[in-house]
Ligand binder design. Structure first.
Ligand code: NAD
Ligand code: MLT
Length: 516
């Protein structure tokens, strides 16, 4: 370990290392500590945070902070840090290990041989010249791609949030959809965070798109590939084998359908468990936590530290507006972002940088494993190859001030604009359509051919579905041309209703977005 705990002790820190501490004991002693460092097993929930009355910093040794109630920690002003890069090599190596072991039936043969069965009839598969599909070309996906190329595999990846430039740089072929990726690959490995979008993203339908005899690997988070669908596809002999490190429920129940299968290679969430990764994770997180306790939160902070009350009072409404504009931008159909430009017109009551970063926070949230915040948003966007521009101009045409955020995928540009009426954020433009929309709760946004009866028709469909409309905004380019309308709803519209709306001939696009 390069970073020795003794040095910290010399600096005046008192460190207690208590492995496998029962939860009751943690609850009983947490008030004694300024900082808590955990890995994934300890659930840092409200109960624990309430017990930690003196907590100022929480360190997560690894990347996923899904075991920490971030909102509750932020509300208490507790800084949460992680060490996301420290175990990436180990996690990537395990994914490759699972792929190789699954393709050669390693654990099956090991078990049989130990049980006295000398089975030499089993035929594995080579990986050379086969195609590996990677979903999620972030930190770990990138290393996996690199290692697979070393094994002479062809690599093709799907990650709609990564710029094409990055694919080119890595020498990885880009797939623009799962439908394009899956039929081409002999092995599939997932490296995304577990989000609403990625949960069950590979189910029975998607597995059926893989060529017969394919192998699947999940060393990211349980549930990205549906476990029951894997078991069924193995049973049908559509899949050749699988390698699984992570489960929806950990540890899995003994009657889990994958545990009894000898065509599945299983490890117990060991992606980060190497001597090297533990050493790196341990030193990095200790270093970051101690720096944070000394006031330096520049490394690893995933929730923003509190801003002083005066600044927040002035620019808070603009930050909220921009976060919602970023979230809106992420919903507009466009390819991977290559450029993001934010233009500030008119005068603003404070520093523009946190307002600018709020657009990035809103745009990146839900896409990445690492939680974007004011501290890390620029760096995360840069890592993803997104060029950032902040522009200012003295005059604003229609409002006292206005912010316009535009995203480009190299071919198309999509924009959203907004301002604040007092402290109330308003979207003043979506794409080229002018409106004044409060970005709150659920909003249904449709673009359509401008003709009579459109809004009435959608309104009655919402009524039939039992969803109350709280407000409506309309924008159009020219009478009889194209129009956009936004309905503020009291509840989330069901997918079937959205699909029905999309199938109407005068509707060009329809989607629901939640601002919260
Ligand atoms: P990362 O944030 O660097 O990369 C995630 C990538 O997924 C990003 O590039 C993002 O654009 C992409 N992505 C997000 N949503 C997507 C979608 N719907 N479709 C396609 N791509 C999408 O994260 P990372 O550090 O590479 O970690 C990847 C995963 O590995 C995480 O789930 C993490 O928790 C897990 N992990 C597991 C272990 C283990 O012990 N098994 C160890 C470390 C990390
Ligand atoms: C992580 O999120 O870093 C990994 O799942 C490893 C872990 O800490 O268990």
């Amino acid at each position: 370990m390069q970073f020795k705990p003794e040095n910290l002790v010399r600096q005046g820190f008192q460190i207690e290392y208590i492995p496998n501490m029962p939860r009751e004991q943690i609850l009983g002693r947490l008030h004694e500590f300024d900082s808590l460092i955990t890995r994934s097993r300890t659930k840092v929930d409200l109960e624990l945070l309430e017990a930690g009355t003196n907590l100022r910093v929480i360190g997560r040794g690894g990347v996923g902070v899904d075991n920490i109630d971030l909102e509750a920690a932020s509300r208490r002003g507790i800084i949460v840090l992680n060490a996301p890069e420290a175990n990436t090599v180990s996690a990537a190596e395990l994914a490759i290990t699972l792929l190789m072991a699954a393709s050669r039936g390693v654990t099956r043969s090991d078990k049989l041989t130990r049980n006295g069965v000398w089975d030499r009839k089993y035929l594995g598969r080579e990986v050379k010249d086969k195609t590996l599909g990677i979903i999620g070309l972030g930190r770990i996906g990138t290393i996996v791609a690199n290692r697979a190329m070393g094994l002479k595999m062809n690599v093709i990846a799907y990650d709609p949030y990564i710029a094409s430039r990055r694919f080119e740089l890595l020498g990885v072929k880009r797939a623009n959809s799962l439908e394009e990726l899956l039929p081409q690959v002999n092995a599939l490995t997932v490296h995304t965070p577990l989000t609403e979008e990625t949960k069950d993203m590979i189910g029975a339908r998607e597995l059926a798109m893989l060529p017969s005899g394919a192998i699947v690997v999940n060393a990211a988070r349980g549930g990205i590939i549906n476990e029951h669908a894997i078991a069924a596809a193995l049973e049908d002999k559509h899949l050749f084998a699988a390698g699984i490190d992570v489960f929806v429920e950990e540890p899995p129940k003994t009657d889990h359908p994958l545990l009894g299968r000898d065509d599945v290679v299983i490890t117990a969430h060991l992606g980060a468990n190497t001597l090297e990764a533990q050493d790196r994770v341990g030193s990095e997180i200790l270093e970051r936590v101690c720096a944070a306790l000394n006031g330096d939160v520049s490394r690893g902070a995933i929730n923003a530290p509190k801003m002083d009350a005066d600044t927040l009072e002035k620019i808070g409404p603009y930050m909220k507006l921009c976060e919602r504009m970023g979230h809106m931008l992420a919903q507009l159909e466009i390819g991977a972002a290559q450029e993001l430009e934010v233009e500030f017109s008119g005068r603003f009551p404070g520093d523009l940088e946190p307002i600018f970063s709020s657009v990035l926070v809103g745009y990146l949230r839900g896409i990445l494993e690492e939680i974007p915040n004011l501290i890390n948003a620029r760096a995360l966007a840069k890592e993803r190859g997104i060029a950032l521009t902040l522009k200012t101009s003295e005059d604003s045409e229609d409002y006292a001030n206005e912010i316009k955020a535009s995203i480009s995928d190299g071919k198309r540009v999509r924009s959203v604009a907004g301002t604040c009426f007092g402290k109330q954020p308003r979207l003043t433009r979506i794409r080229n359509y002018r409106l004044e929309l409060a970005p709150e709760g659920w909003v249904l946004i449709c673009t359509n051919i401008d003709q009579p009866g459109v809004v009435g028709k959608i309104g009655s469909m919402m009524g039939e579905a039992g969803v109350n409309i709280a407000g409506m905004q309309l924008g159009r380019d020219e009478p009889g041309g194209k129009a956009l309308f936004a309905l503020s709803l009291d509840a989330k519209p069901k997918l079937e209703v959205l699909e029905k709306i999309r199938s109407l001939e005068f509707i060009e696009s329809a989607f629901a977005v939640e601002f919260s």
